[in-house]
Ligand binder design. Structure first.
Ligand code: C5P
Length: 218
């Protein structure tokens, strides 16, 4: 039986940074499920599918074959065989991912892929519905969150470091919108699983969060 760690939480809580380190420390594979939803969103944008048209999204997603592989320890998302990692981290793709991930056909496809990966290997998987839907029997479940203010500031600094234009108020408003959509959708809304441990990283360093979660894994 493979061992699984599930980490859920809202956008910008630091899930991927933390999950990557946990995976390295435990010798598990890190699976970033948000990147899969982003790859699907990228496909939809490339094919000019209307974000408001759920039927069109449901139809279009059948033509997007998504899989992952690892290069130098980094997860690479393949969209119809092509490495699309370089296109996934934009606000436009993030917003389209949040909108298109409410479509049942999109979720079904990606959840199946995620469950297969977790059956075959020891994984640290992060997302929104990992502890609740994808891996209800995960060995360890964490709900990682931080205040909107903290998350917006982190994202702002990230963009500034990359030399990209950033507007703190706009970032905070986008985060609130995305939280709302992720928490209020009909299928697989973002919520803390009953058996998940809440970790609020607002006033914690990355190392402190990593140690806290490793303690839960021991
Ligand atoms: O985590 P990340 O910001 O990359 O995820 C992008 C979007 O994909 C989220 O806003 C969410 O709507 C969706 N998502 C999801 N379920 C997951 C992971 C991500 O619905 N397990």
């Amino acid at each position: 039986m493979s061992h699984n760690v599930a980490i859920d939480g809202p956008a910008g809580a630091g899930k991927s940074t933390i999950a990557k380190q946990i995976a390295r420390r435990l010798g598990y594979i890190y699976v970033d499920t948000g990147a899969m939803y982003r790859a699907m969103a990228y496909y939809l944008i490339q094919n000019q599918v209307d974000a408001a048209d759920q039927e069109a999204i449901a139809a279009a997603c059948q033509h997007a074959d998504i899989s992952i592989c690892y290069q130098d320890g980094e997860q690479v998302v393949l969209l119809n065989g092509e490495n699309v990692n370089a296109y996934l981290r934009t606000e436009a793709v993030g917003n389209m991912a949040s909108v298109s991930s409410v479509v049942p056909e999109v979720r079904k496809k990606l959840v199946e892929l995620q469950q297969k990966l977790a059956r075959e290997t020891d994984v640290v998987m992060d997302g929104r519905d990992i502890g609740t839907v994808v891996l209800p029997d995960a060995d360890v479940k964490v709900y990682l969150t931080a205040s909107v203010e903290t998350r917006a500031k982190r994202r702002f600094l990230e963009l500034q470091e990359k030399g990209e234009p950033a507007d703190l108020a706009k970032i905070a408003a986008d985060i609130e919108d995305r939280d709302y959509r992720d928490m209020h959708r009909d299928i697989s809304p973002l919520r803390q699983a009953e058996d998940a441990t809440l970790v609020d990283s607002s006033d914690m360093t990355i190392d402190q969060v990593v140690e806290r979660i490793l303690e839960l894994c021991r």
